[in-house]
Ligand binder design. Sequence first.
Ligand SMILES: Cc1cc2nc3c(=O)[nH]c(=O)nc-3n(C[C@H](O)[C@H](O)[C@H](O)COP(=O)(O)OP(=O)(O)OC[C@H]3O[C@@H](n4cnc5c(N)ncnc54)[C@H](O)[C@@H]3O)c2cc1C
Length: 498
Amino acid sequence: MPGTDSSPRADSSPGTATRRTVLISGASIAGPALAHWLHRYGFAVTVVERAPALRTGGYKVDIRGAAIEVADRMGILEDIRRASTDMRGGAYVNDDGKRIASLPADIFGARTGRDDEIMRGDLARILYERTRAGVEYLFGDSIASLIPVAPTAAAEPGASTAPDGWRAGDDGAGVEVTFEHAAPRRFDLVVGADGLHSTVRRLAFGPEEQFLRHLGAYISAFSLPNDLGLDREELYHAQPGRLICAYRCAGDPAAKGWLSFRSPRLSYDHRDREPQLALLEAAFAGMGTDGARGWREVPRLLAAAREADDFYFDGMYLIEMDRWSRGRVVLLGDAAHCASPASGQGTGMALVGAYVLAGELAADGQGPGEALRRYEAEMRGYVAVNHALARKFARDMTADTRRQIRFRHLMMRMLPHMPWKNLVAKKIAEDVQRGANAITLKDYPVPATPLTSGATRATPMSPASPTPSASPTPSASPAPSGAAAGPVPSAAGPTYAA
Ligand SMILES: Cc1cc2nc3c(=O)[nH]c(=O)nc-3n(C[C@H](O)[C@H](O)[C@H](O)COP(=O)(O)OP(=O)(O)OC[C@H]3O[C@@H](n4cnc5c(N)ncnc54)[C@H](O)[C@@H]3O)c2cc1C
């Protein structure tokens, strides 16, 4: 059901008349994480999500390094621990499914210390549950247009300008937003946290084609029946230019599968499922069938992909942009700097980016322009390191030849018996850890508004669908542990300077 809120965005409730209003597009990881912080800093936050309810499906994602510290400061680390995939190990299998080389899960996932792994949908649910009481969620809707409000027009509430486009370097005075369903509203700031194919990016910066860098591979992910009887284990099978995986996490009756293949850029409609299934089936045609090479499970995986209601298919892309903000519109998470599944850092960067963006915005009462520049300056190096990792991992993910595959299997078989196996494992994790820790988190001021205060209107437009709960509903959010003393932004802070 699309949201039906037609009331103009006027924070007329007592004590909120001057609260800064922020519209976030996208309710996956980056969007709700930003909503969490902005609400705590006293902003009035609306999140619009195209899906009719919270998307709880997906695949497992790693949370490492700086992202773990951010999760701790958000007070959600325990929730993440409770919903952990709790994987025990991984193995490469031969055509008959026989395990030919096994390793512990943390070595497979390059995890060290406090790092953890969680299903994307579980993390989205944790973030949504944390924010839904204080943040307005509009499900089943999408931004249709963004019109920058010129400073002079800000004096006339509700007045719209007829701008001649975005002017670089001009913050403007807000953004008039029209939606596909809801009535138009004005916001002080609009954030695009709507993923790889971001609508906000397209509206504010132009067609996505100019920012997409294809990494030469495609990936499909989906749920499947656990016919293999997997228990917190992931099985991989390699063929030249192909990688196939099936796994099952703790607390999930279903298994998950993903298939990746090397390919130059393919042309298809990313919103149309049938051609994507056809491309996937063509890439793995015949594999694992009688007389042909490949894991005997492949035909069953392809059949499951066809049946799955959470089928995902996309290219492995980087999003590379010279700047992430234009006037009062800013991009966050995959929308700004997608690092592809190959990096294993997209979720972490979404969490860290939300922390940095909110902290910078809260520290600046004058206008968002300087805050947006600082957000970008803080994040650029971290993103660059992880983009470089993504390029490397996308290249290395699949082996080119059978000889390379045999060599990898041999290395994996030998590793558990090496006297320096812990050192070797650490070395394997080194690249990933460098990326995960490639930012020094600032200590932003302590947020003034506790999440559970109910100080704002809480009007989810459409309730979230019941989700397979892997962790209990979180309780009150504690103050961030690493926060330093500093100027505390008021919950009824100034609007951005016009
Ligand atoms: C198969 C796979 C495996 C992955 N593995 C890992 C991993 O191991 N580790 C890791 O860190 N990352 C991994 N990632 C990447 C990770 O999922 C993303 O980096 C992360 O989810 C980014 O979060 P986000 O909130 O920025 O964007 P997304 O998660 O893409 O969310 C965007 C949201 O915006 C919504 N939306 C889209 N268009 C609109 C619109 N017009 N209006 C409103 N809402 C809209 C979408 O419905 C979605 O809810 C993987 C990704 C894939 C596909």
